[in-house]
Each structure stands twice: as C-alpha cells, then as structure tokens.
Design a protein around this ligand. Structure first.
Ligand code: MN
Ligand code: MN
Length: 458
C-alpha cells in the first residue's frame, strides 16, 4: 500500500502544515453557506478581487488579469480571473458546494414539553439520525425582521456560550425496551421528528417556553420572527488535528468546504492565465441542487454573459461557445476506505486517505444512473498536468458495485457540453457531524486545482 507521506520532503510537510492550519481556522468559523460566502468575499477582496456588479454599473471594461467576483443571495458566488484569450475559447472552471448536512429549525420551532422548552427541527441533506443525538450543538444563522433589518445568530462556539442538544436514552433502559434495542443496535433510524433540541428548563410564570421567549425578546426576536429566519443547527466546536501524528483533521463540513476552500485559494494564487478561470461555489447540492442558489440555477451562466459583455465579446453565439468549450473540475469529496467498516468497499478501486486527489470518472448508482461519465480524452490531458506537477492522485469509485451511490453537480455542468470530471478529497465518516480528512490530500487538491486553472489550455 502506498502512503504519500512517505515521499514528502521536510519542506513539503511544512507547507502542508501551514495550509492545514489556515483551513482549520476557516472551517471552525464557517458552518453555514452564508458564513462561507462572507469569509471568501473577505479573502477575495484582500487579494484584489473587485465586485462585478460595480463594474457592470460603471460599464468598466475588463482586461486580461482582472479579478472579479459576484455573490448570489448571500449563499453562492462566482469569481473570475480574466485570461489572455477570449472567453469564447472556453473557461477553466472549478466548482464546489458549500452546504453541508445538518438540522434546520422549522418555521415555528418553539414549543414546551414536560417542563422543557424545545426547538423543533427538520434535517437537511443525507444524515444518519442517530449521529445527531447526545452531542453539543450550536445555532448559526439569521433572523430577518419586518423592517428589513437582520439579526445574526451564532450561539455555541465561543468559550462560555451555552450549547444545545438532542438527548438520548441511556443503555440501561434501552436494553429493556426490546423495540428500541432492535432499532438502536442496528444503528438505524431514530425518527426524524424526534430530533428536537432542548433549549431551556427554567420556568417563568409556570412555563419554560416563556422564559426562553423572554431571552429571545432581549435579543430583539419575537416568536413570529422565526417565520423569516434561517437557523442551522450544527456541531459545536472547532476543527482539530486528528491522530497522534497530526496527519488528519476532524471537522464539521469537510463535504464540501474542503474543496471549496482549495478552489478559492487556487484561484487567488493562480498566475499568468491563458484561459479565463472561474470558481463557482453553490448551495443546495445536498438536496439535489435546486433553487436560485443551487447549481441548477442560471446564475453562473448569467455571470459569464456579464463578464463577456464587459470584455466586449458578448454575442449569443460566442456565449454558447464559451460554455460549450469550457472544462470543469467538479470539486467534491468522496468516501475513503474505512478500516472499521470494510464491507461496502472494494479495496482495489476505493479512495484511500493519504492517496491524494481522488478522481471519479463517474458517480451515480446502479448502472451509473444520473452520472456524468468523464471522457478519456479529457482525463488523459489531466493526467499529464498531474504528472508534470508531481501531484499525488488516485482513480476511484465510491463503494462496491450496486452498494449504493450518489451524485454530484458534475452532470449539471456537463449539460452545456463541457468536459467535466469529479475530483476531490477522500473523507472518513462522510456526512457525520464530525468528518475526517488527510492534510496531505487537502494540499494536493489545492495544488491540482491551481495547476488546472493555470495550465489546462487544451
Ligand atoms: Mn459533496
Ligand atoms: Mn455530501
């Protein structure tokens, strides 16, 4: 078995450590789509990117080397670095998603039950319900008031902040209740409706709910304000080193914020671009990419049209050519082979932690249903980039044939006629509240994405 750490120089190990520390800081701060967008906008601004909208308004022409970005509803973004060539020759595109599985508060979450004040939740994305009990949870999001003002919420991350949680039955009682025992020993479904947060137990005027409503009132929040709120319930705490050798990182939302972070850093650090490079960060991948902020929206192509217009090369035909001739890395994570749970994997074709960038020619399920299937002509050229830059990589599938499967946004972009392939990090405990990645894989992903936008000129 190969493990790429074996071949790293001291200097490489140092670079991996630095990059990982910056990533951990990002991941610890950014647990919602909006928090990611805010963080990335600041990073882009620091690096000389300017808002596309202000250039559109002032009709400022774009020239090679210009760096612009634009945000969609605070939950998605597109950033461009303009290359030497016309856009109708195609763009080099990196896309990733910044939504992660979690619990969301319902529109009318506050209720009282047996002396407790509770928040009702409805989960988002593919979770195993039993993962979300008996661990400290934080609330992140915002409340929008009728007067147009917004109240940002982030409770449970700072030292001294309270946290929240869904409690669980003790084993002593679980064993005696045969129905429950069967359920829990199979580690299967705890009903989604049972995932209710305990948020208070102190009475005021005979009710725990009135006490909590009082506290919310002090923060300027009325019960009905939850109708216009977006509050996500996520694991509380920071991303941390994992393993005595500190080779890995445990954190919430590596899927797919590890790829999103690598994309943005790769675009910022890229130099001397022939083709225009774009990074597309989208929401809603975990629910099938619908809606105005998901990959199925027209936001990205509209922004390509805007950039072409400021370049003085917008015509319908040129625009279609630009999309058609583009090439895309669909940057998304995949499952890593797990030494504790070998059964669903085929060792010969699985992604391994520390094996570098994991490429999936196709995803999907059964006979590759709903999958993009990358063309060998495209893959061959990528192999050349990988080898030229001495990037560690692996070609993988997720799980045994017919074991299950999943999709990515690759097939949505492929509809334009673009060349697309999935490439990202292998993840352990994928879709659990705390996921694990390798620092080396993280850095190799960044290096690949950067090499792709800089040199994929075919
Ligand atoms: Mn993903
Ligand atoms: Mn996912």
């Amino acid at each position: 078995m190969k493990n790429a750490w074996d071949f790293c120089s001291d200097n490489q190990i140092k670079q991996i450590g630095l990059f990982s520390n910056e990533y951990k800081s990002f991941l610890s701060q950014c647990k919602t789509e909006r928090e990611c967008i805010k963080y990335f906008c600041a990073l882009l601004e620091e690096s000389g990117f300017v808002k596309l909208n202000s250039l559109i308004q002032s009709k400022t022409p774009l020239k090679a080397g210009d760096k612009v970005y634009t945000v969609n509803m605070n939950k998605a973004l597109v950033a461009f670095v303009v290359g030497q060539q016309d856009l109708q020759n195609g763009l080099n595109i990196l896309c990733a998603h910044i939504d992660s599985p979690r619990l969301d508060l319902k529109s009318n979450p506050v209720y009282e039950e047996d002396g407790f004040c509770m928040f009702d939740t409805h989960y988002y994305g593919g979770i195993k319900h039993y993962h979300w009990v008996a661990l400290p949870l934080a609330l992140h999001g915002l409340v929008c008031k009728k007067d147009g003002s917004k109240i940002d919420i982030c409770i449970g991350e700072k030292d001294g902040d309270p946290v929240f949680g869904v409690t669980d039955l003790l084993p002593h009682l679980t064993e005696k209740q045969k129905g429950f025992n069967k359920l829990l020993s199979k580690q299967e479904e705890i009903e989604g409706e049972v995932l209710n947060l305990i948020v208070g137990s102190r009475f005021k005027e005979g009710s725990a709910k009135s006490k909590i409503l009082d506290i919310l009132q002090e923060k300027g929040i009325q019960e009905k304000d939850f109708y216009s709120a977006e509050i996500e319930v996520v694991p509380a705490g920071k991303a941390r080193d994992f393993g005595l050798d500190e080779s890995m990182i445990i954190g919430y939302g590596h899927d797919d914020r590890s790829c999103a972070y690598c994309c943005i850093r790769a675009l910022i650090d890229s130099k001397n671009l022939q083709k225009t490079a774009a990074v597309v960060l989208v929401d809603k991948e975990e629910t099938g990419s619908p809606g105005a902020t998901g990959m199925k929206s027209k936001f990205f192509e509209n922004m390509v049209a805007e950039v072409m217009s400021l370049r003085g090369e917008y015509k319908e035909l040129c625009f279609k050519r630009a999309l058609n001739k583009s090439q895309v890395i669909s940057c998304d994570v995949t499952a890593a082979f797990d030494p504790n749970w070998k059964q669903p994997y085929n060792k010969n074709t699985e992604a391994f932690l520390n094996g570098g960038v994991a490429f999936s020619k196709y995803t999907g399920s059964k006979g590759k249903s709903d999958s993009n299937d990358a063309n060998p002509e495209f893959i061959a050229r990528l192999r050349n980039i990988l080898d030229e830059n001495k990037i560690v990589y692996q070609f993988t599938e997720m799980g045994r044939v017919d074991q299950g499967g999943g999709g990515t946004i690759a097939s949505i972009l492929a509809e334009y006629g673009m060349e697309v392939i999935d490439a990202g990090l292998p993840v352990l405990s994928m879709h659990a509240p705390w996921e694990v990645i390798s620092k080396l894989d993280l850095f190799e992903n960044y290096r690949f994405y950067k090499a792709f936008v800089e040199t994929a000129n075919f």
